[in-house]
Design a binder for this molecule. Structure first.
Ligand code: ADP
Ligand code: MG
Length: 403
C-alpha cells in the first residue's frame, strides 16, 4: 500500500487530489455534536494543502436515499473543517455537477474544497457495478490523484471507496495508516490477557465478530443491547429488552464454544430496567430499577448494566494487557443509563493495557462523558470497519489501495 508520504515526496503541488474522508459526524438540528471524525482527517488534508495540492474532500453523511436531502448536507462539516484548518474551505452544492466542477476548477494551490454528500448520488452505494462505475468515472474527472482516508467507510464497496481508486493513482492517508497499524496489534502477536468488551445496539452486526474473537481473545465482556440475546439464550426472560430472536442458536453455540475452549464469556449479573425507553432529547428523568439479570420483569426493558456488573467488568479489565472495546454498555445518551459505559471507560483508563476503542457511538460516549480521549491508546473512527477487520474479512476500501 502506497503511503501519503510517498505521494508527497513525488510532489503534489498544483495537482488535484481527491481525499475520500469520513465526515459522517453526528448532527442535531444542523449542529455537529461530535467533530472527532473531522479532526481525524486533518493531518492528511493539511499535509496535502501545505504541499500545494488542490484538495477535494468528499464523504458520505447518514443514509440519504440516493438524492439530495438538506437534512444530510455536508455543509456544516465543511465549515467545521474550515474552522479547524484555520482557512476558508470552498463548498460545492452537488457531487459531480456544475457546482463541483466549477468549485474544483476555481481552487488555487493549497486550497481545500468539500463536495456535497456522495450518497446524494445513487451511484455511490449501488450494488450494480456499472452504475457505481459510471459515478466513479464522473468523480475521477474532478481529480488527478486519490487518497483514501475514510477509515469508517473502508468496509463498504462503494463508488468513492472501491471503484474510484482503481481509476486514479492512489495512496493511503495518515488516518487509514494509523488505524490499520493499530488493528494489526490486535491480530498479530497480541499481548495477553486480551479482553474484549462488546455492547451497543447493532446486535446482528456485532455477533459475527464474536465468532472470530472466541478464537483470539482471553475474555469477552458482553453489555449493551446484545446482552439480552445472550441472557435469553441462557434461558432467562428479558422482558421488552432488545432481542435478536433469530440469533439465539448462534449465540447458544458461542456460549458452548467458549466453555469448551476456556474463553471467559462474561454476561451481566444485574441490569437497570425501565418500563419505557428514555427520551434522549429532553433527557427527562426516568425511574430505573436494578434487577438481577435472571429476573427481568416481563414489562420492562434492560437499558444499562447494573452496579454489580460494573464492578465485575472493571475487575475483568484490570489485569488486561490489550483491550478492544466496541459499543456502549447502555443507553449512555441519557444520564440514567450512562454509568455502565462510564465504568468501562474508567476501567480502561485505570488499567495499563493497550486500549482500542472502536465504534462511532463508543468514541462519542468517551468524549461526551467527559473523558480525555488522549488518555486512551487509540480511538478508532470506524466501528463497522474495525469489526470487519477483526473478523478477518477483506475490506474493499483497503484492497483498492493495495497496488
Ligand atoms: P457503536 O457506534 O459504538 O458501534 P452502536 O451503534 O452499535 O455502537 O450502538 C450505540 C447505541 O446503542 C447507543 O445509541 C446506545 O443508546 C444504544 N444502546 C446501548 N445499550 C442499549 C440497550 N440496552 N438497549 C437499547 N439500546 C442500547
Ligand atoms: Mg453507532
Amino acid at each position: 500500500m502506497k503511503t501519503i508520504d510517498e505521494l508527497l515526496s513525488e510532489g503534489v503541488a498544483g495537482r488535484r487530489v481527491f481525499v475520500r474522508a469520513d465526515l459522517n459526524v453526528p448532527l442535531e438540528s444542523g449542529t455537529i455534536t461530535d467533530d472527532g471524525r473531522i479532526r481525524a482527517v486533518l493531518p492528511t488534508v493539511k499535509a496535502l494543502a501545505d504541499a500545494g495540492a488542490k484538495v477535494v474532500v468528499a464523504s458520505h453523511l447518514g443514509r440519504p436515499k440516493g438524492a439530495p436531502d438538506p437534512a444530510f448536507s455536508l455543509a456544516p462539516a465543511a465549515s467545521r473543517l474550515g474552522e479547524l484548518l484555520g482557512s476558508a474551505v470552498a463548498f460545492a452544492t452537488d457531487t459531480v455537477g456544475e457546482s463541483a466542477r466549477s468549485t474544483v476548477a476555481g481552487l488555487s494551490d493549497g486550497q481545500v474544497a468539500v463536495i456535497e454528500n456522495l450518497r446524494f448520488n445513487p451511484g455511490e452505494t449501488s450494488k450494480d457495478d456499472a452504475e457505481r462505475g459510471a459515478f466513479a468515472d464522473q468523480l475521477a474527472e474532478l481529480a488527478d490523484l486519490y487518497v483514501g482516508d475514510g477509515f469508517g467507510a473502508v468496509h463498504r464497496k462503494h463508488a468513492s471507496v472501491y471503484d474510484l481508486p482503481a481509476r486514479l493513482p492512489h495512496a493511503a492517508g495518515h488516518l487509514i495508516a494509523t488505524e490499520v497499524g493499530v488493528l494489526k496489534k490486535l491480530t498479530e502477536d497480541v499481548q495477553r490477557p486480551y479482553v474484549v468488551a462488546l455492547g451497543g445496539a447493532k446486535v446482528s452486526d456485532k455477533l459475527a465478530v464474536i465468532d472470530e474473537l472466541l478464537g483470539k481473545a482471553d475474555r469477552l465482556l458482553i453489555g449493551g443491547g446484545m446482552a439480552y440475546t445472550f441472557l435469553k439464550a441462557k434461558g432467562h426472560e428479558v422482558g421488552i429488552s432488545l432481542l435478536q430472536e433469530d440469533q439465539i442458536p448462534a449465540v447458544t453455540e458461542y456460549i458452548e464454544r467458549a466453555e469448551k475452549t476456556g474463553v471467559e464469556l462474561v454476561l451481566p449479573v444485574d441490569v437497570l430496567v425501565s418500563p419505557e425507553f428514555p427520551d434522549l432529547k429532553t433527557k427527562a428523568p426516568t425511574h430505573p430499577t436494578t434487577v438481577a439479570a435472571d429476573a427481568i420483569p416481563a414489562d420492562q426493558e434492560g437499558l444499562d448494566i447494573g452496579p454489580e456488573t460494573r464492578k465485575l467488568y472493571a475487575s475483568k479489565l484490570a489485569d488486561a494487557a490489550t483491550v478492544f472495546w466496541n459499543g456502549p454498555m447502555g443507553v449512555f445518551e441519557h444520564p440514567d443509563y450512562a454509568e455502565g459505559t462510564k465504568a468501562v471507560a474508567q476501567a480502561l483508563l485505570d488499567s495499563r493495557a493497550f486500549t482500542v476503542v472502536g465504534g462511532g457511538d463508543s468514541a462519542a460516549a468517551v468524549r461526551l462523558l467527559g473523558f480525555d480521549e488522549d488518555a486512551f491508546g487509540h480511538i478508532s473512527t470506524g466501528g463497522g470497519a474495525s469489526l470487519e477487520y477483526l473478523e478477518g474479512k477483506t475490506l474493499p476500501g483497503l484492497a483498492a489501495l493495495e497496488d
